[in-house]
Ligand binder design. Structure first.
Ligand code: FMN
Length: 159
């Protein structure tokens, strides 16, 4: 039998960074705070990005087949907080955030450590998040710095 409390305690011990995943469709761009992300292959360079199925970003990734990951710096909790609100409630999250469009057309946060851009090459739609497998097709470093880690924010996403 699954011990719910133990499962929650242990799954919350998986370390995560915090990122802004930039997405697009034909008309607009969006982004959301992401943490369930990791490298999955050296060659070709693959990452996995687990995306909540009922978010607008999920629809946008599914239809465009691309996403961009901006790496936040330690201290950029305010940006992470802005982007975990749903677009359906708050509208354009990029209104007062400087960004540019990458090769994929997805938004990249200018004030971030850097980015990777991905083409979606596969996806596993099980449970409440889809595991998108992205091949890294472009990348850039904006500046040196320590990345923002979930554990330093006092928030939880997991369990
Ligand atoms: C700390 C934290 C980490 C999160 N990590 C993820 C994640 O890895 N994947 C995901 O789909 N949503 C994650 N979310 C939730 C999304 O940021 C949230 O659902 C967002 O509103 C989606 O934006 P959208 O509705 O504009 O697409 C996280 C939220 C928080 C607070």
């Amino acid at each position: 039998m699954l011990d719910e409390q133990a499962k929650k305690t242990m799954l919350r011990k998986i370390p995560h960074g915090l990122y802004i995943c930039g997405v697009k469709n034909e008309e607009e761009v969006n982004g959301f705070t992401a943490s369930w992300l990791m490298q999955a292959s050296f060659q070709p360079p693959l990452i996995v990005n687990c995306v909540k199925q009922n978010s607008i970003s999920h629809q946008m990734i599914k239809s465009s087949g691309v996403f961009a990951i901006s790496f936040l710096e330690n201290g950029q909790k305010d940006l992470a907080q802005k982007f975990f609100k749903p677009m359906r409630q708050v509208g354009n999250k990029f209104e007062d955030v400087e960004f540019y469009l990458g090769e994929t057309g997805c938004p990249i946060i200018s004030d971030s450590l850097g980015y990777v851009e991905c083409n979606v090459v596969d996806g596993v739609e099980k449970g409440d998040h889809t595991v998108y497998v992205g091949e890294v097709i472009a990348s850039g470093v904006h500046r040196e710095g320590k990345q923002l880690l979930l554990e330093t924010t006092g928030w939880n996403y997991g369990g």
